[in-house]
Write a new protein. Structure first.
Length: 569
């Protein structure tokens, strides 16, 4: 007799809401002792045949029954992953894997506690409706110093989980846990990121990280569109700056070309009036990233690679001193209870909430680290045109007007526009990265639209409604983080033994930065970082502002809001 399998499912109309598989604990134990995949085809097949007797489930039957099903079971004992690989010819029942050629796998994720089921390779799927695979009671009841907790499940946390779970060797395998307030949608800056990816920055560090990020995004289905980027100018200083940036791009092995106003206008005719432009700079290898698709891909792949997820609202930390005035994180405090760390590593990928979390270790009411962490949340306006039919022909590049701190892009069924041309507004973020609408933003957007040929089509008046303005495609205040030098804070915190920070990172450099930190964490003891990584880590070091006053650093960061591409000397 094989292991007993219990199943349940729920429908709403024709939608499969829940599909839950449970194996008895007696059956799971020997399964978990096996080092690789366990073939439980007959038991899963029988369950699916029974389920598929309902006409509502015929598609599921067709896709899975005549397939080879491999069942991955994680150590939390409540998450099952079916990897379904269809043979080239599946007629007449399922066939064994030996000697067969297989198409690309279809992966279904089934969580026993909730039952969400979806095909993660669907390119149109941008919702990462993750669920917890364990709970705080389980973590505290099974203490381990081999865990890595990633606080934050946005694009940075997701990328970290993906690269760490991929790169950690089998001899140094560690349990990775993403902890996030909401696993079903992005509440942070990832959720509203317009997705501009311009690789050239005055900072060579950011240019290098952006180039590596684009390389990674191109491997993700639907993750990146190489539509190119345009920068326009109509002032003598601006023209000089674009010529200089063209030479800088070529030196960085990035293709770049100076265009006439007429040629530039032909690439985005609804945006650009050639009469208002003196010169244009074209970056053909730039493009737009779909931040939510990228994040969903990383989260799904991380789960397949064994990463666990915990939905919990992190409110702070407790720490203790160990030696030589060096501290150690002892617990993650959440609204649902404390998570004991027992020497585990913590990575803060918490974006705009990083500074508040760092500010107080609850037990002592002191900074977690003595180094100032100047990650400053700021307000930023973004708006859309009303819906329209998608344009025919070659997709528009994203367009910047550096002289006026304005940018625009084609979202497919409408256009989007944002502006940095206003005094910086520091904010204290609450539960999401979409803030209240400042009344002065109406005028900011009104002025910004004057630079676009179709500017009068854009909405400029925001509202304080309860709907999600990003989803409703209304003007909104999207909060993101700035730092005194416009560089991320990424690396180990020197005075806290088990704390890393990976924050103030934009979509433009998210993958490159996450890969860098993963390489450093996975680096074997006694080996040195590569010279290239060493330079990057020094530039991004969280403790690089040691000795400066936090208030002064905050003011420096706010001044950088109007110079996000580091063009000012």
């Amino acid at each position: 007799m094989g292991p007993p399998v219990k199943w349940s499912l729920k429908f709403q109309g024709i939608a499969l809401l829940e599909l839950t598989l449970r194996l008895s604990s007696q059956s799971i134990h020997p399964v978990l002792r096996r080092p690789t995949v366990v073939l439980l085809l007959e038991y899963i097949r029988k369950v699916l045949i029974t389920i598929s007797s309902s006409p509502l489930c015929q598609d599921l039957h067709r896709r899975i029954i005549y397939s080879v099903c491999w069942l991955f079971i994680d150590e939390s004992k409540n998450s099952f992953i079916w990897r379904v690989q269809r043979p080239d010819s599946a007629a007449g029942g399922y066939k064994r894997r030996q000697g067969r050629r297989y198409r690309s796998p279809v992966v279904l994720i089934v969580n026993a506690s909730r039952g969400d089921c979806k095909n993660i390779h669907d390119p149109d799927c941008v919702s990462h409706k993750m669920t917890s695979t364990l709970d705080i009671h389980h973590l505290n009841g099974n203490p381990s110093s081999e865990r890595i907790f990633i606080v934050g499940g946005g694009i940075v946390g997701a990328a970290l989980a993906f690269y760490l779970s991929r790169d950690l060797s089998s001899t140094n395998k560690r349990q990775i846990v993403i902890v996030d307030r909401c696993l079903k949608k992005s509440l942070g800056s990832t959720g509203h990121a317009p997705g501009f990816v311009g690789q050239l920055n005055e900072s060579p560090v950011l240019t290098q990280l952006a180039k590596e990020t684009v390389s990674e995004y191109l491997s993700i289905p639907g993750g990146f569109s190489r539509v190119g980027g345009l920068e326009l100018s109509s002032s003598p200083l601006g023209v000089e700056a674009l010529h200089r940036r063209c030479e800088m791009a070529r030196a960085a092995d990035l293709p770049a070309e100076i265009l006439t106003p007429e040629t530039a206008a032909s690439l985005a005719p609804d945006f650009i009036d050639p009469e208002s432009v003196d010169i244009a700079l074209h970056f053909p290898s730039d493009g737009t990233a779909n931040a939510q698709k990228v994040t969903s891909y990383y989260l799904d792949q991380a789960r397949i690679q064994g990463v666990d997820f915990l939905e919990a609202n992190v409110t702070g930390f407790t720490r203790s001193f160990i030696e030589d005035e060096k501290a150690e994180m002892k617990a993650i405090q959440t609204a649902e209870g404390d998570i004991s760390l027992t020497g585990s590593t913590v990575i803060l990928a918490s974006g705009i909430w990083t500074s508040p979390l760092i500010a107080s270790a609850h037990a002592s009411k002191q900074q977690v680290t003595q180094a100032p962490i100047p990650i400053v949340p700021v307000a930023h306006p973004y708006t859309f045109t009303p819906p329209r039919p998608p344009r025919s022909g070659i997709p528009y590049p994203f367009v910047r007007w550096p002289d006026h701190h304005v940018y625009a892009r084609d979202h497919g069924d409408r256009d989007g526009l944002g502006s940095y041309n206003h005094a910086p507004i520091q904010l204290d973020p609450t539960t999401t990265a979409i803030g209240a609408w400042p009344s002065e933003f109406d005028q900011v957007l009104s002025e910004a639209t004057s630079h676009l040929k179709n500017g009068n089509e854009f909405q400029v008046r925001g509202s304080a409604g309860d709907s999600d303005p990003w989803l409703a495609k209304e003007p909104f205040n999207g909060i993101f983080a700035v730092t005194p030098d416009n560089l991320p804070l990424a690396g180990k915190v020197p005075d806290v033994a088990n704390l890393w920070i990976c924050a103030a990172i934009w979509v433009t450099t998210a993958a490159g930065t996450a890969k860098l930190i993963s390489r450093e964490i996975c680096r074997e003891a006694g080996t040195a970082s590569s010279p290239e990584d060493k330079l990057l880590l020094e530039a991004l070091a969280p403790a690089r502002f040691q000795g400066s006053e936090l208030d002064l650093l905050t003011q420096q960061a706010l001044r950088k809001y109007n110079d996000i591409y580091n063009r000012k000397t």
